[in-house]
Design a protein around this ligand. Sequence first.
Ligand code: SAM
Length: 265
Amino acid sequence: MYSYFTLARKYIYYWFTSSNNKGHGVHSPFVFDFITSILNDKKEQPPFIIIEQLRSQLYKNNSFIEVEDFGAGSGLIKSNKRRIDKIAKSSLKPKKYAQLLYRIVQYYKPETIIELGTSFGLTTAYLAKANETSTIFTFEGSKSIANISVQHFKELTLNNVNISIGEFSSTLPEFISKKPSIDFAFIDGNHRKKPTLDYFKQLLPLTNEKSIIIFDDIHWSPEMESAWNEIKQHPSVTLTIDLFFIGLVFFKNDFKVKQHFTIQF
Ligand SMILES: C[S@@+](CC[C@H](N)C(=O)[O-])C[C@H]1O[C@@H](n2cnc3c(N)ncnc32)[C@H](O)[C@@H]1O
C-alpha cells in the first residue's frame, strides 16, 4: 500500500481537482441526480442507530479470535489470534461509506446484491436493511469472523442475507456457476490487482444495464490504482464515479460516450 504521506497527498490532489459535491458543472443528468438525491442526502435513517451500536460494541471488544489471515492477496492462509476491536477498527468500512451504500441500494433497489468480504457484517447489514426485498449474497473466508457476522444478522433479524464461508477462489465460482443476475456488487475483500480484475471479469457476464459494481480502496496502492484504471477502460463500462475511497462502475447503455467523474465526498 502507499505510505500514509503519499495517500494524504493523493487525497488532497483528489479534493482540489474533483467536481464539488453540489453538482455544479456536472453535465450528466444521471450523475447530477446521483449527487443531489444520494450523495448529499445526509438524513439519519432508523436502521443506522442499531447497526452503529454493533460497531461500538465491536470497538470495545478486546477478546481474541483465531483468524485465517488472507492478507491483501489471495491464497495464503495463515492462522493467528487477533483482537476483535483491532480487526473492527482496521477492516470495517466507515459509517460514512456504509451509509452511502445503504442510500444507493435504497434508491436503485437492486434485486441481487453481492459483497466480497463480509467481515463482521456491518456493511452487509446496511445493504440488507436498505431494501428488504433485495437478496444479499456475502462472502467471507475466515470462519470465526463469519460466525460473528451471522450473530449480528440474527440480532438484526435480517432474513435477506446468505453468507458463503471459504476462500473467494472457490466460493465465488460456485456461486457464479448458478448464473444469477447481479444488480449490485461491493468488492471489498482482496485488495490486489490480479484478484480485483479477476472478480470483475467473473462478475461481468452476470451484470445488466442497471448493474452497479463498487470497488473499495481504489487508490490504496499502485496495484489497486492500476486495477481501477483497467476497469475504467473496459469496453462494457460506460460511466465511473471516483469518490477516492471507493469507485463506482455503471454499465448503462444510454450514455453516448464513456464518462469518468471524480466527485468530492
Ligand atoms: C475489508 S474486510 C470487509 C469489510 C466489510 N465489507 C465491511 O465493510 O464491514 C475484508 C474481508 O475479506 C476477507 N477476505 C479477504 N481476502 C479473502 C479471500 N481471498 N477469500 C475469502 N475471504 C477473504 C477477510 O477475511 C476480511 O474479513
